[in-house]
Design a protein around this ligand. Structure first.
Ligand code: SF4
Length: 340
């Protein structure tokens, strides 16, 4: 069986008054059936633009997909008409956003909103859609499903609203769920519950998930594979074990350092990476992370590092992985030692 989704050499630009911004540069990754992949990066790293491209949500103008392919079950989504894409959206691929309040209709009962999606894509009678909607409410762990079906979004807490969004997204049993910062607006405990729910549902429904997040902390428990994005580029990709136990890019080291540790007290938490992401109007010629990187060498300023193949699909775009580069002992420790 081929990949469920394969993004190949995706390039997306945005026209702005200041000039053309290269929001996504040569991005490639793939998602297998039943797999969770996390795309991690700061805001402006291109992670959301990447998934918006998959969903056909790039506004053109000012956005423009300049190149690449997005193959879903072997079919290039970039070549589909709007009508053909609408058949796939919400049915085979659906999305959960960060803020359910902006996606839910405040004047419509929750149950009806779940039904709406179902009936749009499936020719099922009303009473069956209602039955299915109540089942979905139960499935996402909302108690008293029948009563909750009749309620409006404002009667739900933030965490419960996000569960409703997941119910809507999964009602048609999509092959791929894209979750864009689904738990960012929630407090830590609720966040963990929603992530666990997504994981359980993935097992039950065999749905693949692309999880977009700025927080590497939510990745460890949820995903199998990780792609780290910086300035529109995937700078490191691999399994969760590769990224957490043997990261090969200084930006990933920085992200790992900034994961809050629950056992530490507040003061010791969050060590942000110094400096700001590059200006995407004129990204630096070489490595985009060079202005913030304490290991930067001459070559880093001049040439974009290629994708170094570490092993078994673990990839890092960093010159330190070149055989001619100086060896930095125990890279993980080097990245983390400053704050131990
Ligand atoms: Fe740092 Fe150079 Fe690696 Fe970029 S390529 S992350 S500047 S060492």
């Amino acid at each position: 069986m081929g990949h469920l989704l394969e993004v190949k050499n995706l390039e997306v630009n945005f026209k702005t008054y200041g000039g053309e911004v290269k929001a996504v540069r040569d991005v490639s990754f793939h998602v297998e059936h039943g797999e969770v992949i996390a795309i991690v990066g700061e805001s402006g790293s291109g992670k959301s633009v990447t998934v918006q491209s998959i969903m056909g949500l790039i506004p053109d103008p000012p956005g423009k997909i300049k190149g690449g392919q997005i193959l879903f079950e072997g079919q290039d989504l970039l070549k589909l008409s709007k009508k053909e894409m609408n058949k796939i959206k919400g049915f085979k691929i659906s999305m959960v956003f960060q803020d359910p309040m902006t996606s839910l209709n405040p004047t419509m009962k929750i149950g009806k909103q779940i039904e709406e999606g179902l009936r749009l894509h499936q020719d099922i009678p009303k009473h069956e859609a209602k039955k299915k909607a109540i089942e979905m409410i139960k499935l996402v762990g909302i108690p008293n499903a029948k009563e909750r079906y009749e309620q409006y979004p404002h009667e739900f807490s933030g965490g419960m609203r996000q569960r409703v969004m997941i119910a809507i997204a999964l009602a048609c049993n999509p092959k791929l769920l894209i979750a864009d910062e689904p738990t960012t607006a929630l407090d830590v405990t609720i966040q963990a519950q929603v992530l666990q729910l997504m994981k359980d549902l993935k097992e039950k429904m065999d749905t693949s998930i692309i999880l977009i997040t700025h927080d590497l902390g939510v990745v460890a428990e949820t995903a199998e594979k990780v792609a780290v994005m910086y300035a529109g580029v995937i700078v490191e990709a691999g399994t969760v074990e590769d990224i957490f136990a043997d990261p090969k890019h200084p930006y990933t080291w920085g992200l790992l350092e900034s994961i809050p540790n629950v056992e530490e007290n507040e003061k010791q938490r969050l060590v942000p990476i110094e400096g700001a992401p590059p200006d995407l109007f004129s990204p630096p010629k070489g490595c985009p992370f060079a202005p913030r990187c304490k290991y930067a060498m001459n070559i880093c300023m001049k040439e974009m590092p290629p994708a170094f193949d570490i092993e078994n699909g673990h990839m890092a775009r960093c010159w330190l992985n070149d055989t001619r580069a100086p060896k930095i002992d125990n890279l993980v420790a080097a990245g983390r030692s400053n704050h131990d």
